[in-house]
Design a protein around this ligand. Sequence first.
Ligand SMILES: *Cc1c(COP(=O)(O)O)cnc(C)c1O
Length: 434
Amino acid sequence: MTAQLACFDERCRARFPIDALIYNCPRCGALLEVVYPPPEQSAAELKTLWRNRRLSNAPLDQSGVWRYREFIPFLDDYRRVVTLREGNTPLVEAPRAAAYGGLDRLAFKHQGFNPTGSFKDNGMTCGVAQALRLGTRRVACVSTGNTSASMAAYASAAGLAPVIFIPYGNIAHGKLVQALEYGARTLQVEANFDQILALVRQLAERLGIYLLNSINPFRIEGQKTIMTEMLDQRDWRVPDWVVLPGGNLGNTSAFGKALREMQSLGLIDRLPRLAVIQAEGAAPFYELLRARDRSRLHAVEHPQTLATAIRIGDPVSWPKALHEVIVSEGVVEKVTEQEIADAKAVIGRCGIGCEPASAATLAGIKKLTAARVMASDADVVAVLTGNVLKDSDYIHRYHTGSLEAPDGTRIMANFGNAPEVVPNDADYIARIIA
Ligand SMILES: *Cc1c(COP(=O)(O)O)cnc(C)c1O
């Protein structure tokens, strides 16, 4: 038996060949996932194998994704894999952020250290590998930004033609310019995210383009290794909590799947709890967990948040994410624009920095410790999803007191650090610095 695609819906569970060109279950329409037979190696053998690969100069071994290839064995030929050495992201202690969040200790797993500056690279190297296996020439995605940047880079590196669809006027500049620089055909469509998705599905079929949107199950496989690498870095000590922002909920799905699979392979002995944090103006998953009927997610028609990476009203991966939150005894919290902005500045003062969506994690931790859902002495890892330079305009506005929430309210620069204009006068400058 080899890797297969399986319908995620437990009432269907239909299986399909791993190279079937499908995005949803052809029988029932539900999400797909990749399933595998168990690996030949024991847990101890895998841990040793993966650790030893850190000494290797082979490109696959240097990748923080493909180093763990026995955990994502959907390919039978690795020769065409394109790696930009994604993953390999640091796990950094942040005492100041811990204190702000009401914790004794806190470590950030910083996915912003990836080649294009976000965790999308972990998944994209796998998505593009699958596109190459299928023999497609063109790949496409609809994106709020980081997916486009990542897809553009990996597709171009692999010699494929990337086509990017973005809602007109709804993207952080740092991300758009990456897509342009990496050579993607970039189409700004005058429609919202969901309308464009329908359009692209139609075009994909008509033109034979492979879609690399976040429901792509191979991207999810790549993102699983974020958890594997984090546990490897902790010598397989399981934290009490893993905290992450929630947008389309692909990462929540990937982390949950990774943790369950690592437990069943005997790599870890228990599951951490997942804490998914959403922005108040784009929190349909938060509402779903509070609803009596969890069989349907009610989309937010006009999602609003300055954290554009999580500005998603109708998250596609919600059925998987719901499963993972329940299985891990997790929680979903929501935070305001002011809370995100302040948490972000605190992460900045740790010398770490991140993009707005990532800072929702620390804002959420502060709320969860205040509510005593999260104990102050809990062992917590928060995942920073994107690089500080992705949205520099936001940062400048915050520190100069000119940042406005989508509803027009002014965001207070509680941790503001505005530049000062000074005369060319040594005595004066010496006085104000002293
Ligand atoms: C894509 C993205 C998210 C949201 O992740 P989902 O998997 O869609 O929930 C959060 N932060 C950043 C920086 C992202 O690029």
